[in-house]
Ligand binder design. Sequence first.
Ligand SMILES: Nc1ncnc2c1ncn2[C@@H]1O[C@H](COP(=O)(O)OP(=O)(O)OP(=O)(O)O)[C@@H](O)[C@H]1O
Ligand SMILES: [Mg+2]
Length: 388
Amino acid sequence: MRPIEQKYGIIGASEEIREVIRTIEQVAPSNISILIYGESGVGKELVARALHDLSLRRHGPYVIVNCGAIPAGTIESELFGHKKGSFTGSVEDRKGFFETADKGTILLDEIGELPAETQVKLLRTLEQGEITRVGESTSRRVDVRVIGATNRELSEEVQAGRFRKDLFFRLKTIMIRIPPLRERREDIPMLAEFFMMQYADEHHLAYKPITPQAMNLITQASWEGNVRELKNFVQSVFVLEEDKIIRPETIRHHLGNSEGNGNFMYDTRFPVRVNKETEQVERELILRQLFLIRQDVEEIKQKLSFVDVKDEVTMNKMKDISRYIQQSDAHEIQVDLSPDDRTMQEVERDMISRTLARFYGSKRKTAQALGMSERTLYRKIKEYDLRD
Ligand SMILES: Nc1ncnc2c1ncn2[C@@H]1O[C@H](COP(=O)(O)OP(=O)(O)OP(=O)(O)O)[C@@H](O)[C@H]1O
Ligand SMILES: [Mg+2]
């Protein structure tokens, strides 16, 4: 295996990544605000974290706010706090993320999503180092380093009138652009091997080497979803393949561009070809569904964690929200992935019944979600004696 080159958890040896790392090292110690730009999945959060960890504020709080996940109506009070009674439901004074991040760093993820009024307030905070809670008239000083992340071309957003020019100019003094994976293909083998190793490690499984030819195919793929997609791909191949070695056929098969009838069941993320033994297809489908469900759970977790902070009040609030979601959606997201003694039939039965429940009994939607025909679904409902 090749040596894995990484710095601050950022893997890669391409000139592009080295340049990103050089910039991080140069600008981290200052207080200047930074804009990180790159397509989805290129590693913006990783870079932001490295900036905080290398700064003099590293012992201070690090707060991540996903501006795209907070409703426009509450974002101002979430960021800047509010005074009791300033709007319906504000039963007590509350500080916002900026105050929470005092003496630390705030990452405004998806900053392009900020509503126009909030952009004005943010600019003031950047210029004067102070915030005003919603409903208050006096301002408070905050000492926060701001990092913005975006996968939108902000200059275009400015042109289109969706992002304020003055805020853009203020933020872009230092811009770190992370190139998409297809512009730095030499990083792909190292990343693929690392994710394979990481997955094997986490699940106490044996590492599966990727043959050089298979690695060539991986390296040539388009990776529109960048490193995140590559990571998911490598892990799904690991889960779905029984072979101890990852060969080109396997990669071709999972990338979904092999010759043959190319008849994919539904999800281009993890195509399952249908010209196989039914049993094998079913097995793959089940594993794939399990994998996708796990991914959905991860996504839900990520959406929930629009704040990531060790502040006690906020942590408790987040716990409440997450408890609430777990209760209300329990039937959708509780899937035990630990190895168990159930047979494949039992797993399948369980999955069909959960999916039926999820779609309130709709056979069409259930069949679609499970990638099987309605006819097969009806047959299985009967076979497993599931309530119709
Ligand atoms: N160079 C890298 N080395 C190791 N892991 C990486 C690298 N780049 C990205 N990753 C991993 O890929 C995944 C996506 O990265 P990240 O969340 O930072 O992307 P992002 O640019 O913030 O995407 P989005 O715009 O969708 O939020 C994460 O699991 C991250 O750890
Ligand atoms: Mg991100």
